[in-house]
Design a protein around this ligand. Structure first.
Ligand code: ZN
Length: 472
């Protein structure tokens, strides 16, 4: 026996009667329609009752569960609601109006702009102008994208309300008031749940992730987390495996998005690596080993990807421009003009400007007595000034040939306690770990996450043992 949800919805239509000016008595009649929808397939006609021309509050009944068979005669239950007519009206009836303007929804199509959308809703550019001059937030309407929804409330050809549904969580509503339009932003908070996935690798990490039902962005994030320990191009072997616990956003019971990986484990060639996400007191999030060491090294080996070393560090070579024997205290990376240059570590800009033969130069202080220098830049990235903070991998400038340079390249230096070192061979400092002041907080927040991941492991092993099948 099927259980069918039956929705009763009472639909009201307007049927106006006009009264002689100044006259009392007599009431306008509205027709009340009653529609019963069975499994949203069957519909019946309405019963009509006579009621006065007043608003009928609460005339909507929803979510009534009944048991019925869907194939049989549309078993319709009817509700007839009769409201006695109120006897007198003391004031003359107002001019006829559309009593119940309806919200109309439009989906933004490819090639739409505000003007087109408003026209579709029966409005002209003047309304757009009004919106933009009344409400500051109207500028957000410039960001409309295909697939988004816009709801218009139009009354007598005039816009009364506009609801711009940015996404499942965010919307922006404009309402016309006495002083023009006002805007209200609404942001829903999704429920965040933890999701688990695990898989053994057969051919590639990508395929294993796909088999485990992971979005590809999540697989890439997993590779990024363990990328300093495992070379995913060369080291991956058949039989390697991973487990991952990540956030999933739900709204009204529906999954609407994938969040960050919170804890993960990767076994490569019999060796197991674990990582957990931690957001420190300053709000910056990173991945750490369970005992608080950073998953990432403190320094990238090179500040440019895919560049060729055109001149090595040496303490005696002929300078290509000056043609004298001079130490080359850094490494030159030849790259096309404009190639982005990245900070090799977290730090603070100590210098950004012209520096004699180095031309446009950035010097970054990284702590632990380490400084890096980047020379011959074509230009600086936005915000590069003394004191500015940079993170590892941030673009700080672009390859050029300013200063004494024979062609576009980056001159990169690595200083430890004031001494120049060969950037290619210098032992890179160990990963930045959790600061002492954060250890307690780190343990408090990350231990439950690791425990959850471990629990999931044992739970799934139990399930495997019981049912003899894997539950990837
Ligand atoms: Zn150089």
């Amino acid at each position: 026996m099927h259980q069918i949800k039956t929705y009763y919805k009472i639909v009201r239509s307007t049927l106006l009667q006009y009264l002689p000016r100044g006259h009392l008595a007599a009431a306008a009649a509205l027709s009340v329609g009653l529609v019963v929808v069975l499994g949203s397939e069957h519909q019946t006609n309405s019963e009509i009752a006579s009621i006065p021309s007043q608003n009928i509050p609460g005339l909507e009944i929803q979510g009534v569960d009944t048991q019925a068979t869907p194939i049989a005669v549309p078993a319709v239950e009817t509700i007839i609601q009769t409201i006695a007519a109120t006897p007198e009206l003391t004031k003359p009836q107002q001019a006829p109006q559309d009593l119940s303007p309806q919200w109309k929804e439009f989906t933004v199509q490819n090639g739409d702009n505000l003007s087109i959308l408003f026209k579709r809703a029966g409005l002209n550019d003047r309304t757009i102008y009004e919106l933009f001059s009344d409400a500051k937030d109207a500028k957000d309407l410039r960001n409309i994208r295909p697939g988004q929804k816009m709801e218009f409330l139009v009354e007598n050809g005039q816009l009364q309300g506009l609801n711009y549904i940015v996404n499942e969580l965010n919307s922006l509503k404009f309402t016309r008031g006495a002083k023009g339009f006002t805007a209200k932003q609404t942001a829903l908070k999704p429920d965040v749940k933890y999701a688990f996935r695990q898989a053994s690798i057969d051919s590639s990490l990508y395929m294993a992730g796909k088999r485990a039902g992971m979005p590809s962005t999540l697989t890439m994030e997993l590779a990024n987390i363990f990328g300093w320990d495992i070379d995913f191009a060369l080291d991956i072997q058949k039989g390697d495996s991973f487990k991952v616990m990540y956030e999933e956003q739900h709204l009204n019971g529906k999954k609407i998005g994938t969040g960050k990986i919170m804890a993960a484990e990767f076994t490569n060639g019999g060796k197991t690596f674990k990582a957990v996400r931690y957001t420190d007191k300053d709000g910056s999030s990173n991945y750490y080993t369970p005992d608080g060491r950073g998953m990432h090294k403190a320094f990238l080996r090179t500040p440019i990807e895919f560049a060729r070393i055109s001149s090595h560090f040496s303490l005696g070579r002929k300078h290509p421009v000056l043609h004298i024997i001079r130490a080359h205290k850094g490494t030159d990376y030849a790259a096309a003009r404009g190639t982005p240059i990245r900070s090799t570590g977290n730090g603070k800009i100590a210098f950004a400007g012209r520096k004699n033969g180095f031309g446009n130069t950035v010097i970054i202080q990284h702590g632990q007595g380490i400084e890096t220098l980047y020379g011959h830049m074509n230009g600086f990235a936005k915000g590069m000034r003394s004191g500015a903070r940079v993170s590892q991998g941030d673009v700080i400038g672009y390859v050029g040939s300013t200063g004494l340079a024979s062609g576009p390249h980056l001159h990169y230096e690595f200083h430890v306690n004031g001494q120049v070192r060969n950037p290619v061979t210098v032992p890179l400092p160990k990963s930045i770990g959790i600061e002492k002041t954060e250890v307690a907080r780190f343990n408090e927040t990350t231990r439950p996450l690791i425990a959850k991941l471990d629990q999931y492991k044992s739970a799934s092993r139990l399930a495997v043992a019981k049912s003899g099948s894997s539950n990837n």
